[in-house]
Design a protein around this ligand. Structure first.
Ligand SMILES: Cc1ncc(COP(=O)(O)O)c(C=O)c1O
Length: 388
């Protein structure tokens, strides 16, 4: 491989660019995870991680990727044969329900077109019809990373409440936490699942469960098998600032620094920054003469934008040209969207000029691939960044 000058543009919707200060923090020597220095690090983190979830309840930190935290959410709250309600919002929602089935749960999987979020009206209907309370949990992917559609969690909570149904609400925020407004306590979420490699600006390998009192209570009787994921020993050890097994200490150094960055900027400002970049990206897509995959104005993702290719244009070819010519990685279409869309990640450590560079690269790549690429696209985005 020849040397590529300048910085690679990692504009996939996670893993995201890790800020230099976070990388430097992680390069410190690994310490004894049973010693007092670690105890101070972990106690501080277990306290300071809470505001980013919008909770005052416990947050568990796993040395695992997001898939592990999915499994933890299910196995700690449910028992074999329980029914869960889930929504086919895209690739990740599909994988989560496959996991639920694999664990021995029944899944009522509401079909979807991968262009809309989970429908609160369907939640209300399904739960109202379930008078025997067979449905034990509603599983929702907040931000579908495969489509750029953000489900309306507060409306889903209201739908559960309107049906007077006791189901738990389990929410995947793997690509929304730290990028899109999210409030575990205020929205009445029971388990929030999150990962390190997106809005938290860390490498992959760490994931989280934020846990409501109701979920803690459900855990007392839930009997799906679990050892590594068991909240019980984890919460007991966490009380003293320790873990029941070896934690990923260096990622914890990084997390301490990443949280400092997010809180210094202010979560409201972080969310507004992402929403503004998402609006500029949509302006570019429409200006190029292309279509944004998400079809509901209320559900556009602040974290990424999925761009639909016209018939006859292979999205993977566009991505390959952009990688080869401009050293930029964009997200591939996943599952049934393979080759039909590409995804522009605008989450994490990202500013106006990174977005301008990203959109310039996409515009040039589209033109080289013979796809619609009206220069009005970049122009519209720049005008929005300049004036808003
Ligand atoms: C919304 C969502 N859920 C779950 C996952 C799976 O997480 P991981 O790949 O960290 O195991 C991802 C990964 O990108 C995701 O975006």
């Amino acid at each position: 491989m020849t040397y590529a000058a300048g910085r690679h543009f990692l504009q996939i919707p996670g893993p995201t660019n890790v800020p230099d200060v976070v990388l430097r923090a992680m390069s410190a020597a690994t310490i004894d995870h049973r010693g007092p220095e670690f105890q101070e690090l972990a106690s501080g983190l277990l306290r300071d991680i809470k505001p980013v979830f919008g909770t005052t309840n416990p947050v568990v930190i796993y040395p695992a990727t997001g898939t592990g935290a999915w499994e933890a959410a299910l196995t700690n709250t449910l028992s074999p044969g329980d029914t869960v309600l889930a929504f086919e919002t895209g690739h990740f929602a599909t994988l989560w329900q496959e996991m639920a089935r694999g664990l021995g749960l029944h899944v009522d999987f509401v079909p979807g077109d991968w262009r809309h979020g989970a429908d609160p009206d369907v939640v209300a209907e399904k739960l109202a019809a379930d008078t025997a309370h067979r449905i034990k949990a509603v599983c929702v992917v907040h931000n579908e990373t495969s489509t750029g559609v953000t489900s309306r969690v507060p409306e889903i909570r209201a739908a559960i409440d309107s049906a007077g149904h006791p189901a738990l609400l389990l929410v995947d925020t793997i690509s929304s936490l730290g990028s899109i407004d999210y409030r575990h306590d205020e929205w009445g979420v029971d388990v929030t699942v999150a990962g390190s490699q997106k809005g938290l600006m860390l490498p992959p390998g760490m994931s989280f469960n934020a846990i409501s009192d109701k979920a803690l209570n459900a855990a007392k009787t839930a009997c799906l098998p679990k050892i590594f994921w068991d909240w019980g020993p984890m919460l007991t050890a966490n009380e003293r600032g320790f873990f029941p097994y070896t934690p990923n200490t260096n990622l914890m150094y990084g997390l301490r620094e990443a949280l400092r960055l997010l809180y210094d900027e202010g979560l409201e400002n972080v969310f507004a920054r992402h929403a503004r970049h998402a609006a500029a990206t949509r302006a570019a897509v429409r200006g190029w003469g292309l279509e944004v995959l998400c079809q509901d104005e209320r559900e556009h993702s602040g974290a990424l934008t999925a761009v639909l290719m016209p018939e006859g244009v292979d999205a993977d070819k566009v991505r390959a040209i952009i990688l080869d010519r401009f050293d930029m990685s964009l997200g591939a279409g996943l599952g049934k969207l393979a080759g039909k869309i590409f995804r522009i990640g605008h989450l994490g450590a990202f500013n106006d000029l990174t977005l301008a560079g990203t959109l310039a690269g996409v515009q040039m790549g589209l033109a080289l691939a013979g796809a619609p690429a009206d220069p009005r696209g970049l122009q519209d985005a720049l005008e929005l960044l300049q004036n808003d």
